[in-house]
Ligand binder design. Sequence first.
Ligand code: GAR
Length: 194
Amino acid sequence: GIKFAVFASGSGSNFEAIAQAVRDGRLQGELVLLVTDKPGAYAVKRAEALGIKVCAHNPKDFTSKSAYETAILEMLHQKEVEWLVLAGYMRLIGTVLLQAYPKRIVNIHPSLLPAFPGKDALGQAIESGMKVTGVTIHYVDEGMDTGPVIVQEPFKIPDGWERDEIEQVIHSIEHRLYPETLNRLFAEALEESK
Ligand code: GAR
């Protein structure tokens, strides 16, 4: 199977959903590494519990984004990682990783892009009175939540719902959609490499 790394900065619930899908055989691939820019993130605890190796560097310890990403790249090469899967990694990917993984970096975002890129997409959607939101999975380029869309799933917000309730539904969509989409992408990539 395709060897891949998940990048996360926070809770890592998507990371865990992906890891579970790999274990259950719903996602054919090898999750070999969690990469984080936040060594104290809860995602790191989840990785340790799951027995998945962690690469944790604080970008502040490096003189540039390129130096930071070069340190990550070294580990990615060591683990023979072929695809990068961003799941709540709250940092722009730079030229070092983009050049090393052309069309092999994907991201999930909690809105129907191009609406509401960046931080707190759900808060932005609620603030602007949107009746429909959703989830987008897309290829990563140098922009913030830009890059070609792979799949989108809309969600109609019922009247009177609190932010927490909406957030739970968004997460449950993500936890199902990301493993199933990755499984398809990896299968296609394997087919193409034959
Ligand atoms: C997810 O909802 C993901 O879509 C979002 O961060 C959350 C991470 O949750 N990503 C972005 O907003 C990217 N701009 P998790 O750490 O529990 O997986």
